[in-house]
Structures are given as structure tokens and as C-alpha cells.
Design a protein around this ligand. Sequence first.
Ligand code: CU
Length: 74
Amino acid sequence: MARVTRRFATTGMHCPSCSMLIRMDLSDLPGVSSATADHRSSMTEVVYDDEVIGSAEIIAAITRAGYGAELVED
Ligand SMILES: [Cu+2]
């Protein structure tokens, strides 16, 4: 169990329903315990177990939803 919090710069979010869609899609992924997305800051924050899922799969899910995403290295 290795729970991490990562932020993803997310392009293409224009309104609260965009961020809600991303949040719901990410919440459905195995290993993700919570997700928040904010269209004003163009940022998505995801808490997940990095032994179950990786940042590439999270980026892929955001891309599938129709948005762009890039991991923010802290
Ligand atoms: Cu929208």
C-alpha cells in the first residue's frame, strides 16, 4: 500500500461539468481513493495507490474523457 497524491495539469476544462466528468471517471478507476478537478486552475489532484495504478493510466483516463493531462513534478 503506497498512497500518493499527485497533481496533473489538465487542459480543455471549461466549466464545472468538465471537472465533474473528470472527477467521476477517475473515481471509477481501481486504486484511486479520491480525485478533484478545478477548471479555473486547470488542475486535477488525485490520491491513489501507486502499487495498483500509475500516473500514465490516470493521464490515459483523462485523455479518454477528452482532455489533456500532464503530471506536475513537485
Ligand atoms: Cu465544461
